[in-house]
Design a protein around this ligand. Structure first.
Ligand code: HEC
Length: 142
């Protein structure tokens, strides 16, 4: 009897142990990149003037933003409308290119390079808030 109780306790402990990694499996590499992007969006200054993305694109970019008196569209569908023509740049730009421009111009910082973990994370975050939006390259921001 005693030995049965011991082994069932051990079995329970094994189950508990086995459950932990599967609960953690919710944090896929993509989830981790999205979470990192959200954190960068709110806090990263990229060695610039102290602004973050959030300074101009409020609420994680989910609602319209503002610089002084100027209203900015939200970033809700940004990941669904690039590439698009940028009048400022005079050329067609990708989402990643736009992010680099905002880091350089808005944050006065050093843009993360194409393919770098930081740029991938920011792009993943913007993709996550645009999930379900209709893809329309060259479309209008919401
Ligand atoms: C000083 C204010 C400012 C900061 C800080 C800033 N941006 Fe922007 N952002 C703008 C402005 C202004 C535009 C509109 C650009 C245009 O089309 O003229 C813009 C446009 C964008 C767009 C394109 C939106 C669309 O749908 O066309 C994205 C995406 C974006 N910003 C992301 C970011 C991210 C990510 C950061 C942080 C790394 C950031 N921005 C920081 C001002 C800012």
């Amino acid at each position: 009897m005693f030995s049965i109780r011991v082994s069932s306790a051990a079995f329970g402990a094994t189950l508990l142990f086995a459950a932990a990694p599967s609960a953690g499996a919710a944090d896929s590499p993509l989830d981790i990149a999205v979470a990192k992007g959200a954190r960068l969006f709110a806090t990263a200054t990229f060695d610039g003037n102290g602004r973050t993305c959030e300074t101009c694109h409020q609420n994680g970019g989910k609602t319209p933003g503002q610089i002084g008196d100027r209203k900015l569209p939200s970033l809700l569908n940004a990941a669904a409308i690039f590439p698009r023509f940028s009048r400022g740049a005079g050329q067609v730009v990708t989402l990643e290119g736009q992010l680099q421009t905002c880091v350089r111009g808005g944050l006065g910082g050093t843009p993360p390079q194409l393919g770098s973990p930081d740029l991938v994370a920011l792009t993943a975050y913007l993709g996550s808030i645009a999930n379900g939006q209709q893809i329309k390259i060259g479309g209008e921001p919401k």
